[in-house]
Design a protein around this ligand. Structure first.
Ligand code: ARG
Length: 463
């Protein structure tokens, strides 16, 4: 019963156990059980080091190791009984270890504190998530590359202000997202490289008087080095903040792409058809096919941004070193990571399944006088007009086409010459959306040749 017996792990100076409300606010086992594998991995490395440095005996270390392996298998199998009174995953594991191996279990916590333990466990967990995010992003990039390759020369409207601006290619639009998600991969890689130092051995905050070998535990856990300052090691959560920041930027990119899918799949646009696998129907309107996955993704992004703000808020007022506030780091990161992985997988599925409607894209590309800039550029190039004057002449031609309800290439030469007598038949070579996109051969431009070069570069990079 709570409130009667003091905690067996730290209750030496306590006469009474905690109030039930205290236990509820204090316990983290409900969520930090997700760190069990990392917790045991850290303990295995620590026990081995304690024996190697002669701090505990080989036989105690062996007993601890065998016990931890047993506890791990219980946890893996889902037949471990968690106790709220034991607060968190660290004490739950240690208490069970004591039941399994007896007295040697009590030696595991030598030269260690839960402060460096949790910092270590959480870094290991976040490191795995950074790797998973990178893998998810690269899978999504591959799906986008396949779309780009299929439609490298399909024309579609390019927009500014969501108003038709100039024709671009479908491949070019897809490759814009490949670039974005490529930067996201870079951010997770950077964050991972910076987080890869081991807090283990910082102990509570000041280090320890035992002759521990921090290099050894760092190596065993795949860290590049031990953290160089014990106060920093236990109080730093930059790795979690960086993960959330990188996740937030990725989330914004996923949301923007989701928004495009919602717009593009509407009856007004018909640019794309989403697969049945990633759509839902309406219970009352039989004709409907809704892009729910894209909408949900667009909405779920708020959880990731919220987690980032929440953890920044937790950290901003904390003096060194550890404060219990920091226990609030986990749920935010867990939820953000889960949302991110689900979002990446959903987007990869939607993009892989997506069919772009080539004809609708092309029809829309020609609408809205989208080659007006090409006409103005031609007037500058062929007739030597100053751009401002060319802009004015083009405006007059657009007005004429609008009055006649035709597109620019359908104006006659005579009509054009009525606006500017210098215009010749050659002008028709630059009008029309295919001419327009093919002419945009500047580096990074929308010409199919440029787009194909970028596709080849990314295919090589992604292997
Ligand atoms: N459950 C705690 C956390 O997540 C572990 C560290 C507890 N340390 C302490 N000094 N009470 O932060």
């Amino acid at each position: 019963m709570t409130g009667t017996t003091s905690n067996t792990m730290w209750g030496g100076r306590f006469a009474e156990g905690p109030d039930a409300i205290m236990e509820a606010i204090n316990a983290s086992i409900g969520f930090d059980k997700r760190l069990y594998a990392q917790d045991i991995q850290g303990s295995l490395a620590h026990a081995e080091m304690l024996a190697a440095t002669g701090i505990i005996s080989d036989s105690d270390s062996r007993a601890i190791r065998e016990g931890l392996v047993t506890v791990l298998s219980e946890l893996d199998a889902g037949n471990f009984t968690f106790s709220t009174a034991l607060e968190d995953i660290h004490m739950n594991v240690e208490a069970r270890l004591k039941e399994v191996v007896g007295e040697p279990a009590g030696r595991l916590h030598t030269a260690r504190s839960r402060n460096d333990q949790v910092a270590t466990d959480f870094r290991l967990w976040v490191r795995d998530q950074a790797d998973a995010a990178i893998a998810g992003l690269e899978a999504l990039q591959r799906a986008l590359l396949a779309q780009a390759e299929a439609g490298a020369d399909w024309v579609m409207p390019g927009f500014t202000h969501l108003q038709t601006a100039q024709p671009v290619t479908w491949g070019h639009h897809m490759m814009a997202y490949v670039e974005m998600f490529g930067r996201d991969v870079g951010r997770f890689r950077d964050a991972r490289a910076r987080l890869n130092e081991s807090p283990l051995g910082a102990a509570a905050l000041a280090g320890t008087s035992f002759p521990i070998d921090r290099e050894m535990t760092a190596r065993a856990l795949g860290f590049d080095a031990p953290c160089a300052n014990s106060l920093d090691a236990v109080s730093d959560r930059d790795f979690a903040l960086e993960f959330l920041a990188a996740a937030s930027i990725t989330a914004v990119h996923l949301s923007r792409l989701s928004e495009e899918l919602v717009i593009w799949s509407s009856a007004q646009f018909r640019f794309v058809t989403m697969s049945d696998r990633f759509s839902t129907g309406s219970s009352i309107m039989p004709q409907k096919k809704n892009p729910d996955a894209a909408e949900l993704l667009r909405a779920k992004i708020g959880r990731i941004l919220g987690a980032m703000v929440a953890l920044f808020t937790v950290m901003k007022g904390l003096p060194l070193a550890y404060s219990k506030d920091m226990q609030e780091d986990k749920e935010q990161v867990f939820d953000a990571a889960d949302t991110l992985m689900l979002g990446l997988a959903a987007m990869e599925g939607m993009i892989s399944d997506l069919s772009a409607n080539r004809d609708a894209l092309e029809a829309a590309a020609s609408a809205g006088f989208s080659t007006a800039t090409d006409l103005a550029d031609w007037l500058v190039r062929a007739l030597g007009l100053p751009f401002r004057e060319a802009h004015h002449v083009t405006g007059a031609l657009v007005k004429r086409a609008e009055e006649r309800k035709v597109d620019l290439p359908e104006l006659t030469l005579a009509e054009m010459q009525a606006v500017h007598p210098g215009i010749t038949q050659e002008v028709f070579d630059v009008l029309g959306v295919h001419n327009s996109v093919s002419s945009r051969t500047s580096y990074g431009g929308t010409a199919p040749a440029q787009v194909r070069a970028q596709i080849a570069r990314w295919k090589e990079r992604l292997g």
